[in-house]
Design a protein. Structure first.
Length: 452
C-alpha cells in the first residue's frame, strides 16, 4: 500500500521571536522540518507534501526536491492546513501520515509502528498518543468505558475533569487517504478559537462508521513539538543524548558524553576515542581506532583508520590512515592529508593534496598545492598562492626538503628530491635533486649596530 506524508509547516512560531520560520530553526545541525522529512523518508513514505505559509520560499529552499508543496495563505487551523494537500493527494489509495514540522525528535521507528498498526487493525485513523506528567496546553484523549478513543478536547475547550487527563494528543496520526479528505470536508470551526481543528476527525471518522485506533506511548520524547527556544534547546539535548548513546553502544568511547556534540549523519567506527568538547558535524566519517582530541571541530571531514586529531579544525577535507593532525591545525576546502603524515602546530592546509608521510610540524601554510610523498615542510614554509587576482598552484615532488621560512611563489614546481635552503624566496622551478638558494648574501658590518 502506498504511503504518503503531510507535514504542517505553515506557522509563524511567534514565541520563537524570530524572523526565521519556526520549522527552519535548527536542532543538531539540521532544520527541524528536515528531521521530520527524513523520518518519513526512512519510514518508506513515497510522497511527502509540505504545507507552507509564512516565508514559504525559505522552507522550499531548505527541502528542495525532497517534498511537494502547497500554500496555506490563511492560518485557519490544522484541519484547514491538511486540506491544502487535497489538490495533490485526494482520491488516491494509500495511507497518509500527518505530522508537524516542529517535531524533530519523531523517529522512523515510531512512524513505522503507526503505519503497521494502521495497516493491520482495519482502522481508518490511527493516532499516536502520549502519557505525560504535565499535560498543560495539550489536547486530551477521551476514551469510553471500553478504552476506545472517542474524541480529543483542546486545553481551551476542556472542563476541570478533562484537564486532569494525562493522555495527550501528539498531533501525529495515520489515515486512510481517501477517508481523510472526505472527513476534512465535515470539520467545522465551532470552538473557542474559531479554527478548523484536525482533532475533530476522531469523532467525524467514527460517525462515518470507521474504526479509530491508537498507539500509546509513555513519556515519548519529542512528541510535543517546539514552541519556543527553551523547548528548542531541550530537543537538541535529547537528540544529542540519543546520538551519543547509539555511538557508545556501537563501540565508540566518549570520555564525556555531556560535552560531545555529534550530528545525526556522522559515521564513527568502533574503538574510536573522543575527548570532551568535540564537535562532529555534517557528513563527517571517522575510521576505526582513530583518536579525536579535546576541542576539535570536524565538519564534513573524513578521518582515516588510526588517525589522530588534536585540538584542530577540519572542514570538507580528509585525513589519511595513521596520520596525526594538530594541535591547532586548520585543514579546509577539499584538502587531503596523506596516510602517516604529520601536520603539527599552527599549520593551515587549504585545497591541497598531500602524499604519504608528509611532515609539516609547525607554522606552515599550504594552499592550492600538490605535495609528494615524504616531503618535509619546515617551520614557516609557505606556498604563496595568490597574486592579488588569481590563485596559482605549487607542485612539490616526492622526498623534497623545504627549509625553514621558505616562500614558494606560485606557480612553481619543486622537483623530486630537491632541497630549498632556509630563508629562500623561490619563484622559478627547481629541478629534481637540485639545491635552490634564493636569498641575499649575508654581509656583516662590524660596529655598525652600536652606531645605530
Amino acid at each position: 500500500m502506498e504511503r504518503f506524508g503531510i507535514v504542517l509547516g505553515a506557522g509563524m512560531g511567534t514565541r520563537m521571536k524570530s524572523e526565521t520560520p519556526k520549522v527552519l530553526h535548527q536542532v543538531m545541525g539540521k532544520a527541524m522540518i528536515e528531521h521530520v522529512v527524513g523520518a518519513l523518508e526512512a519510514a518508506n513514505v513515497q510522497r511527502t507534501v509540505v504545507v507552507t505559509g509564512h516565508k514559504a520560499e525559505m522552507v522550499q529552499a531548505c527541502l528542495g526536491v525532497r517534498a511537494e508543496y502547497v500554500l496555506q495563505t490563511e492560518q485557519l487551523g490544522t484541519a484547514h492546513a491538511v486540506r491544502m494537500a487535497e489538490s495533490l493527494l485526494a482520491g488516491q489509495s494509500g495511507m497518509t501520515m500527518v505530522t508537524y514540522g516542529d517535531d524533530p525528535l519523531l523517529t522512523a521507528a515510531v512512524l513505522e509502528e503507526l503505519f503497521m498498526t494502521h495497516a493491520t487493525s482495519g482502522a481508518k485513523m490511527t493516532m499516536l498518543t502520549n502519557i505525560v506528567a504535565n499535560p498543560f496546553g495539550l489536547g486530551r484523549i477521551i476514551r469510553d468505558t471500553d478504552g476506545n478513543v472517542t474524541r480529543i478536547v483542546e486545553q481551551k475547550d476542556a472542563n476541570p475533569e478533562i484537564l486532569a487527563i494525562t493522555e495527550i494528543n501528539t498531533g501525529v496520526a495515520c489515515y486512510d487517504n481517501e477517508v481523510l479528505f472526505e472527513a476534512l470536508k465535515l470539520v467545522g470551526n465551532d470552538n473557542a478559537q474559531g479554527e478548523f481543528y484536525l482533532t475533530d476527525l476522531v469523532e467525524i471518522i467514527k460517525t462515518m462508521g470507521h474504526k479509530v485506533e491508537s498507539v500509546v506511548k509513555a513519556n515519548i520524547e519529542g512528541a510535543l513539538g517546539v514552541n519556543d527556544r527553551i523547548q528548542l534547546a531541550n530537543n537538541g539535548r535529547i537528540m544529542r543524548e540519543r546520538i551519543n548513546k547509539k555511538h557508545m553502544e556501537n563501540g565508540v568511547t566518549l570520555i564525556d558524553p555531556l560535552t560531545t556534540y555529534i550530528e545525526p549523519d556522522v559515521i564513527i567506527g568502533n574503538d574510536v576515542i573522543i575527548e570532551p568538547n568535540v564537535h562532529l558535524k555534517g557528513e563527517t566519517s571517522i575510521g576505526v581506532g582513530a583518536f579525536i582530541g579535546a576541542g576539535s571541530h570536524l565538519e564534513n571531514a573524513t578521518i582515516g583508520t588510526g588517525a589522530k586529531v588534536l585540538v584542530s579544525y577540519i572542514s570538507d577535507s580528509g585525513v589519511g590512515a595513521y596520520a596525526t593532525v594538530g594541535p591547532f591545525a586548520h585543514i579546509r576546502l577539499k584538502a587531503l592529508v596523506g596516510a602517516k603524515s604529520r601536520i603539527g602546530n599552527f599549520v593551515e592546509i587549504k585545497k591541497s593534496i598531500l602524499g604519504e608521510g608528509v611532515k609539516a610540524a609547525h607554522l606552515s601554510y599550504m594552499g592550492d598545492a600538490e605535495i609528494g610523498d615524504r616531503v618535509n615542510m619546515s617551520c614557516g614554509a609557505i606556498t604563496a598562492n595568490y597574486d592579488g587576482k588569481n590563485k596559482h598552484k605549487t607542485v612539490i615532488g616526492a622526498d623534497a626538503m623545504i627549509g625553514s621560512n621558505v616562500n614558494l611563489i606560485a606557480p612553481v614546481t619543486i622537483g623530486a628530491g630537491a632541497y630549498v635552503a632556509a630563508g629562500s624566496t623561490v619563484n622559478k622551478d627547481v629541478p629534481e635533486d637540485a639545491l635552490a638558494i634564493a636569498r641575499v648574501k649575508q654581509e656583516n658590518k662590524e660596529g655598525y649596530a652600536k652606531k645605530l
